[in-house]
Design a protein around this ligand. Structure first.
Ligand SMILES: [Zn+2]
Length: 139
């Protein structure tokens, strides 16, 4: 898991085994796999609440890594509804939204994972992986 700080170009979306987790499925971590678009290798993703990921704001702040338009166009996030805007302008299912970079352990292609995590309502905590996309450095 790493953060991304330079401009990237989003490529193909990878297939993930499971993208929606609730309550006990998230403790101690949410675990799923994605299939590399290039070599077909199955890679494991482990998301530990409050440890894995970096705020998605860091990606679209001043269009540093990706613009808001690019994030929306690739359906990585949606515009946050007005009453949840304290989580930022762009989120996944109106919950605090994070991302991280990872690579295929076989061919070392780069991927970005976008997910949200939080309490949707009292007693219901959700983790929703928006997707896993291949990317290339564009600088
Ligand atoms: Zn690969």
């Amino acid at each position: 898991m790493y953060s991304i700080s330079k401009k990237i170009t989003i490529g193909q979306q990878a297939l993930i085994a499971k993208n929606f987790f609730s309550n006990d499925e998230i403790i101690p971590s949410a675990v799923t796999t994605f299939t590399c678009c290039d070599c077909g290798h199955t890679n494991t993703i482990t998301i530990i609440p409050y440890e894995t990921g970096f705020p998605i704001f860091q990606i679209y702040n001043e269009d540093k890594v990706l613009s808001k338009t690019e994030l929306l166009k690739n359906k990585m996030v949606t515009e946050t509804s007005a009453r949840m805007i304290h989580f930022g302008a762009l989120t996944v299912t109106d919950l605090p939204t994070l991302y991280f970079g990872t690579e295929c352990e076989s061919c070392h292609s780069n991927y970005i994972v976008v997910f949200s995590y939080g309490e949707k309502q009292p007693g219901l905590t959700l983790l929703n992986i928006s997707g896993v996309w291949k990317y290339e450095d564009s600088e």
